[in-house]
Design a protein around this ligand. Structure first.
Ligand code: A3P
Length: 295
């Protein structure tokens, strides 16, 4: 099979949202079904880390119909939209550079992605904000399906236990971080918090990384792209207001990808005890890797 997932129950299990998700950890487009090209660009994230935002940057600076289709239609996910059950798409006809997205862990990527030398752009986010964003997103599915919303503390329990659609947060981030350290020219590593602080610098770094740097005369263009991709602008796009992402997990209203778009909103939702628990795991897993902001 192109893809070994059965995710129709995703987010909908009556006893929680987690039990049908473990197969997603092994999500992988089989090597026989996908061959990367050196010119491909792959956006990799955990859900709720800023995927929509990082997709928007290359999309809105190209010919893609950003306003009407939105970033998720313009850059499709391997595992949700392209290699769905019983469907192997013909991607050979797509013009260069092909843009793809994935939530798969680094170890689950098709081997040709690394071997081809194509570019991977990863975004990570504070685990506490990722968790809160995820909790809110999952409950949108559950409410639509007539299921009880889950408490943030219940979802925090799953999160800390590593029971997440694409595996434990910490393993996911470490996988791409180590790949970045080993192949910095091939794997770009961004943090949502730093993108929020200086979106312009990140737009420039991204453009340089994919081999299309902005010239000094293009300062105005960078500014325009950053504004087009801002939360406040994107929430008003036609695609956000009325569009849907048709994925193997079901149709997702594009508006669901926009909640608050701020840093440290976890402070409004998590108990101090839960925040401390997540911080302790993060310190433990990231110590000595260079990933901790404090060293
Ligand atoms: P919050 O739920 O904290 O608001 P993803 O795109 O990976 O699903 O992540 C969604 C998160 O990114 C949501 O976070 C959403 O509000 C935020 N987001 C979406 N578009 C954004 C943008 N253009 N700028 C900043 N944050 C954005």
């Amino acid at each position: 099979p192109a893809l070994s997932i059965s995710s129709s129950q995703l987010y909908r299990h009556d006893k929680g949202w987690h039990s049908s998700l473990s197969p997603m950890v092994g999500t992988m487009v089989a090597d026989a079904c996908f061959t990367a090209r050196p010119s491909d660009i792959v956006v990799a994230t955990l859900p709720k880390s800023g995927t929509t935002w990082i997709k928007a940057l290359p999309v809105c600076s190209s010919d893609h119909p950003f306003n009407s289709l939105g970033p998720h239609e313009c850059i499709k996910f391997f595992e949700y939209q392209l290699y769905t059950e019983n469907k192997i798409p013909d991607l050979d006809e797509l013009p260069d550079p092909r843009l793809f997205a994935t939530h798969a862990p680094f170890v689950s990527l098709p081997r040709s992605i690394l071997a081809s030398g194509c570019k991977i752009v990863y975004v990570c986010r504070d685990p506490k904000d990722t968790l809160v964003s995820h909790w809110s997103f999952v409950n949108k599915f559950r409410i639509r399906e007539g299921l009880e919303p889950l408490s943030v503390e219940a979802v925090a329990g799953f999160f800390c236990d590593g029971v997440m659609p694409f595996g434990p947060y910490w393993d996911h981030v470490l996988g791409y971080w180590r790949a970045h350290l080993a192949h910095p020219e091939q794997v770009l590593f961004f943090r949502y918090e730093e993108m929020s602080r200086d979106p312009e610098a990140h737009a420039r770094r991204l453009a340089e990384f994919v081999g299309r740097p902005f010239s000094p005369e293009e300062d105005g263009a960078v500014d325009a792209i950053v504004k087009l991709c801002s939360f406040d602008h994107m929430i008003g796009l036609q695609a956000t207001k009325s569009g849907k992402m048709h994925a193997v997990i079901g149709a997702v209203d594009n508006s669901w990808f926009f909640r608050r778009g701020v840093v440290a909103d976890w402070q409004n939702h998590l108990s101090p005890e839960t925040a401390r628990r997540i911080d302790a795991i993060t310190e433990d897993r990231f110590r000595g890797t260079g990933l901790l902001v404090s060293g």
